[in-house]
Write a protein that binds this ligand. Structure first.
Ligand SMILES: Nc1ncnc2c1ncn2[C@@H]1O[C@H](COP(=O)(O)OP(=O)(O)OP(=O)(O)O)[C@@H](O)[C@H]1O
Length: 562
């Protein structure tokens, strides 16, 4: 018997579903016991030459079998419901913990690991929650009752069965540590394979140009071999547990049978008692056999538990589920009333800002002070690695300053104050319309006039109108069916539609020809009349007309805004 505390706590968050599933399982077990009693009765009736009792016992056996069929179906459905609710809670929590800005700067985080944990890892908990936990409850509810009944019939048989059950439950715990270690190895191998595979698929074009596709195949094959070996090691330990349980069950049943024979030989009671001892001692082990079966079926899935704990899938405390889980906002974005409209913020002030990445020797930004105002464009330029994107991440709240602060009209900046167009904008699988509306969660979807106005400003409207289904044209994953320039302008339209008081644009013209670049910069100047716009740019021609051009040099500002 293995207790996985995290999963017990999760199941206990649904007490009604757990009690319903366990209660039904106990009823199913009761039908087995009743059937054993009916069989003992029918056999003793045959022995005593009582045909009417034989017929009554047979009718009872058929009735019990039918009742068990119905109960088993209802129980299976209740168990599936319990497992499903726990998995849903785990997945919701894991996604909330995963979708946080801090993850962007977590150098250990790999998307493939997260995908494996959220998918197979969480699904792997199902057998333990829906079957193993109710089966443990069944062992503790049913076995003592049967053992007590046996002890009344034959103390020796009761003792043998009790000893067999204790050995079956406690025996496997002897190598619990080894099982945990091998389980961890297995899950790590599984995550490594998933992460490498995902990375290879994403980087296929690069791998091809480097001529490294065969090498990648070899590396993935080695990962796959490591996983196979880890799986076999895990299955071997799990089989050893099954062997101990089988031994305990067989030994217990045989010992009880010997006790029953002794009972018969000593002429200590009627034949029905001997039959009952034989049949009940076998039934007493049924919950233990169920336990072993469910453990074996679900053990591989349990290897994901440490990985799930790492990504924050388990609740910190106990307490009934439903107390706020559904509909909770994403971490890092506390719900609050709608932010100000674009016209409401006057200035973004950065004061004495200092920041260094954890573990890095030197700071990236040193004592930075600047003010960006609504009304005119603020441009930031500087060498590669000077800290421009880091400054944006600090304004966005993805990073926390070590020193100094950033304020919008004298108050802290909130996540929904800032829209951003990054150097490599990301589009999602869905229609053009879905992508444009993505920045307004909860708000009414923008109408076609709004979409058209934003797209015209971003210089992409004509191209969208030429697409086969206009705004309803499907964009493929990561926007791969659009050009780099189209992606950039679509992202700009999306940011304009968000109508946030601060707009950050990182190299908005890097993928555009000169004419398009000039159009986009014109748009940004226009937008800057009623918004605070800060643009990172290396192209000198985009800097003309900017009211403030700030140059970052190794984290120091060369010229501050007035
Ligand atoms: N997650 C990170 N962990 C540690 N160091 C980082 C991390 N991200 C960036 N850096 C370092 O911080 C410095 C500033 O990087 P940043 O991306 O802000 O530069 P940048 O001015 O935007 O460069 P570019 O113009 O090339 O985009 C660089 O030296 C970079 O190596």
């Amino acid at each position: 018997m293995m207790i996985v505390r995290e999963l017990w706590r999760e199941a206990a968050r649904f007490p009604a579903a757990l009690a319903w599933s366990t209660g039904l399982l106990a009823l199913v077990f009761l039908t087995h016991v009743a059937q054993a009693v009916a069989i003992a009765w029918s056999m003793s009736a045959v022995l005593r030459g009582r045909p009417e009792d034989v017929l009554a016992a047979l009718a009872l056996i058929v009735g019990i079998a039918l009742a068990r069929t119905v109960l088993s179906l209802v129980q299976a459905s209740a168990a599936a419901g319990l497992g499903g609710r726990v998995r849903q809670a785990l997945r919701r929590r894991a996604m909330r913990a995963a979708l946080v800005p801090e993850r962007l700067h977590d150098t250990d985080a790999r998307d493939g690991s997260m995908r494996s944990a959220l998918g197979d890892g969480i699904d792997g908990t199902d057998a333990y929650v829906s079957k193993y936990i109710p089966a443990i409850a069944q062992v503790f509810l049913a076995c003592p009752v049967i053992v007590a009944a046996l002890a009344v019939l034959s103390p020796a048989a009761g003792l043998c069965v009790a000893a067999g059950i204790v050995l079956a439950l406690l025996g496997p715990m002897a190598w619990k540590r080894m099982m945990a270690r091998r389980g961890l190895d297995h899950w790590d191998s599984y995550e490594d394979l998933g992460s490498d595979l995902l990375e290879s698929l994403r980087g296929m074009a690069t791998l091809r140009t480097l001529g490294d596709v065969p090498g990648t195949r070899r590396r993935l094959h080695a990962r796959s071999e490591a996983l196979r070996r880890a799986t076999e090691r895990v299955m071997r330990v799990s089989l050893a547990e099954t062997a101990v349980i089988d031994f305990a069950v067989q030994a217990g049943v045989v010992a009880a049978a010997v006790a029953a024979l002794g009972h018969a030989a000593a002429g200590q009671g009627p034949a029905i008692e001997v039959y009952l001892i034989l049949l009940l001692s076998s039934e007493a082990f049924r919950p233990v056999r169920d336990l072993s079966r469910h453990w074996h079926a679900g053990f591989l899935g349990l290897t994901a538990i440490p990985g799930l704990a790492r990504i924050g899938a388990f609740a910190a405390g106990s307490g009934a589920a439903g107390s706020g889980a559904p509909g909770e906002g994403l971490a890092g974005a506390p719900p609050h009333p709608a932010g100000p409209t674009a016209e409401q913020a006057g200035e973004l002030r950065v004061t004495g800002l200092g920041f260094g990445y954890p573990g890095a020797r030197d700071d990236v930004l040193h004592d930075l002070t600047l003010t960006a105002r609504r009304g005119s464009l603020t441009a930031i330029t500087g060498e590669s690695g000077a800290g421009k994107s880091t400054l944006f991440d600090l304004v966005l709240g993805f990073l926390t300053p070590d020193r100094g602060g950033i304020a919008l009209d004298g108050r802290p900046v909130r996540p929904d104050d800032v829209a951003v167009v990054s150097q490599r904008p990301v589009l999602f699988a869905g229609s053009v319309r879905d992508n444009l509306a993505a920045t307004r969660p909860g708000a009414a979807a923008p109408d076609d006039a709004d979409l058209a106005a934003a797209c015209r400003s971003a210089g992409i409207l004509d191209e969208i109108r030429r697409l086969p289904h206009g705004f309803d044209t499907e964009v493929t994953e990561a926007g791969t069916n659009l050009s780099g320039g189209q992606r950039q302008r679509l992202a700009l339209a999306r940011a304009l539609l968000a109508r946030r008081p601060v707009l950050l644009v990182d190299e908005p013209t890097s993928a555009l020809d000169a004419a398009r670049a000039a159009e986009v910069v014109d748009t940004l100047h226009r937008v800057a009349r009623d918004r605070i716009v800060i643009m990172i740019s290396h192209r000198p021609e985009t800097l003309t007309g900017a009211a403030h051009v700030l140059r970052l040099d190794a984290g120091h500002l060369e010229r501050s805004a007035p």
